[in-house]
Each structure stands twice: as structure tokens, then as C-alpha cells.
Design a protein around this ligand. Structure first.
Ligand code: SF4
Length: 313
């Protein structure tokens, strides 16, 4: 099969092809905030976002040493304790990682890019936080560190405006479109986050979001199951039973249909979700990630299908 053992173009496959071995991600907390929380475009954040700014797996910021180098070192030690990991991606995960003065950003990104074991950085942000100065910085660093990569991850979640308003995303779709055009112009690969199971969305709407991304030059996608996390505003909608949460097989059915409409070169960065165990209220079946992925692979084999199948005539 084209992608070794999987019926889709996994990130693991892509990284092994490029670096000859598995590459591990170290999630970082660079001490950012978010315009959707600090009052610039909102104060309560997206309704599904936890207090950790979607960065629960980032290295904890403790009163001790929290520089990017120190967090990377802790991350490396974690993997080395398991006797794995020579190459790493520094993942700026928590909150909005282009939302700071450009000098601050430059220093943070350089700190990660200068670490010899880091093969690239991935920066999670919002499309409305990519001004001309930030883009110029990314362009400059991308040229300077030509042996490493710089990715931008955009949390779009959906192309549907009604849903975007409901989840308080804080920007309309054209803002995302503009960011994509500008990032592509400076050759920065874009990974887009899409949430499966948002309130008010049915399977056809989720597929429409995937088809849209398939056609606009996105390099990679994270398909994430909607998680109901404690202390988020989503809990209220969930307890009022205003929307349904898919069971595992329904979720797998949607994921397979999404994969079928994505082009073969689009890298699949995620197919489930990593809900923090201590915060996750539902769906609890998602905690057994291995079971979800194994069942997905079995079901794709049973259906004889693969990523991009719907595009092949
Ligand atoms: S933009 Fe990201 S960090 Fe900000 S509230 Fe939404 S999910 Fe949370």
C-alpha cells in the first residue's frame, strides 16, 4: 500500500519517510494568551476550550525553569527514559502562539530551532493573529533554517458560519482563507484543525468542511473528536442535551468518509483527540485511543477503502 501499513497518509509515515525514523513531538507552553480570552475579540474563549488553552499536554509551566530550552530538555528526557527519540518537533501548543510582540516570538522560535535534536517547529495559532510582521518573521526564519521546517497549525474547526458563531471562534471564514493565501505565498505548510461532532452539524456539513480544505492547498489536517471538558461552556449545552455525541462506530463512519474526500498528499496528523483524562466528561470511549484507531483500520479494510478514494473517479 502507498502509505505502508495504513490506508491513509499518516504523519508517522511522512516523518519516517523524511527522517528515516520516528520523530516525536514535544508540546510546549510558551506562556501565551489568546485574543479570544483577553478581551480583544472575546473573553470566554471558544466554548470547547479548557483553561489550559487547548494545551493540556504541553510541558507544565512550573515556578521553576520554563524556558523553551528547559521544556525541550524535559521532553527529551521523558522520551529518553523510554529509550526512544533522537529527533523531535517542538510544538508550540498552548493558546495562540503568534500572539506576542514579534521580537518575543523570534526569540522563542529561535530557541527551539537552535536545539540540534529539533527537526522543525509547529506553531498553533489563529488566522487573525498572522499580521505582516509575523509573516515576515516566519518567512525569514524559514529561509534561514532551511534544513528544518516551520509549520503553522490553524484551528478552523468548521467552515460553517453558524457553527463558528455558536462555538465563539471569533473570526469568519474569509480570515482563514486570507491567512492560507499569505502562508502559502511564503511556503509555510499549513495544518488545519477540524472538530468532528460540533453542535448543529451533521455528517454532510463535516464532509463539506473537509472538501473545502481538500481544495485549498492545506498540507495537513487534524480531525479531532469534540470533547466535552469540565469547566467549559460546552458542558451546559451538553447537559441540556441540545446535541448528540457520536458513539465510536458513528464517529469512525464519519472519519472514513472524511478521509475518502481528502487528497492523497494531505498528511493526516490526527484522527481522534487527546482529551485530558482528568477533564474529559464525554465521550469516554475516546479514552481508549488504541481501540478507536484499531477499529478504524479494521473498518477501512473491511470496506476496502482508503484516503482519497472518492477522488479517484
Ligand atoms: S482560539 Fe484556541 S486558545 Fe483561544 S479560546 Fe479558542 S481554542 Fe482556546
Amino acid at each position: 500500500m502507498r502509505w505502508n501499513d495504513k490506508p491513509y497518509h499518516s504523519l508517522d509515515f511522512e516523518l519516517k519517510k523524511r527522517f528515516g525514523e520516528k520523530v516525536y513531538k514535544i508540546a510546549l507552553d510558551a506562556g501565551m494568551t489568546c485574543p479570544n480570552r483577553d478581551g480583544t475579540c472575546g473573553v470566554r474563549g471558544c466554548i470547547f476550550c479548557s483553561a489550559g488553552g487547548s494545551g493540556e499536554f504541553a510541558a507544565r509551566r512550573t515556578p521553576g525553569e520554563n524556558t523553551i530550552s528547559a521544556q525541550l530538555e524535559r521532553g527529551k528526557q521523558y522520551f529518553h527514559a523510554k529509550n526512544i527519540g533522537r529527533h523531535f518537533i517542538a510544538y508550540f501548543q498552548a493558546y495562540t502562539n503568534t500572539y506576542a510582540p514579534v521580537e518575543t516570538l523570534e526569540s522563542l522560535y529561535r530557541e527551539a530551532l537552535d536545539e540540534p535534536a529539533v527537526v522543525g517547529i509547529s506553531i498553533a495559532t489563529r488566522p487573525d493573529c498572522l499580521g505582516g510582521d509575523v509573516l515576515a518573521l516566519l518567512d525569514r526564519l524559514n529561509r534561514e533554517y532551511h534544513d528544518k521546517f516551520i509549520w503553522i497549525e490553524l484551528g478552523l474547526q468548521t467552515i460553517h458560519e453558524d457553527t463558528a458563531v455558536l462555538i465563539r471562534r471569533g473570526y469568519p471564514l474569509p480570515v482563514f482563507d486570507q491567512a492560507v493565501i499569505r502562508l502559502r505565498a511564503i511556503s509555510i505548510p499549513i495544518i488545519t484543525h477540524v472538530i468532528i461532532g460540533l453542535p448543529g452539524e451533521d455528517k454532510s456539513m463535516m464532509l463539506k468542511t473537509c472538501r473545502y480544505l481538500a481544495e485549498n492547498g492545506i498540507s495537513g489536517i487534524k480531525l479531532q473528536l469534540l470533547h466535552i471538558l469540565k469547566n467549559t461552556d460546552l458542558v451546559e449545552l451538553y447537559t441540556k442535551k441540545t446535541f448528540d455525541i457520536p458513539d465510536m462506530m458513528a464517529y469512525i463512519d464519519i472519519i472514513i468518509s472524511c478521509l475518502e474526500v481528502l487528497p492523497p498528499d494531505m498528511v493526516i496528523h490526527r484522527l481522534t483527540g487527546d482529551g485530558p483524562r482528568d477533564l474529559l466528561l464525554a465521550p469516554l470511549w475516546s479514552l481508549d485511543k488504541r481501540r478507536v484507531l484499531n477499529t478504524l483500520h479494521q473498518e477501512m479494510r473491511r470496506r476496502g477503502t482508503w484516503q482519497s478514494r472518492a477522488l479517484s473517479g
